[in-house]
Design a protein around this ligand. Structure first.
Ligand SMILES: [Zn+2]
Length: 57
């Protein structure tokens, strides 16, 4: 199980995500970024930052 806390990348955001793989987490984060952060797409730079903060195996 992998985990990611959006607050590690976006200060003040309390969203947490769990998934079986990085791609699973990134898919959820993309939807969250669109719905809650107003991002039409997740820029590659942000994807890299998210990946750097995904914890677990
Ligand atoms: Zn967030």
């Amino acid at each position: 199980m992998k985990q990611f806390a959006c607050g590690d990348v976006v200060p003040g955001c309390s969203a947490h995500f769990k998934g079986d793989s990085d791609d699973d987490i990134l898919y959820q984060v993309a939807r969250h970024a669109h719905a809650d952060h107003g991002l039409a797409e997740v820029p590659k730079e942000l994807v890299d930052r998210v990946k750097a903060h995904i914890k677990g195996a």
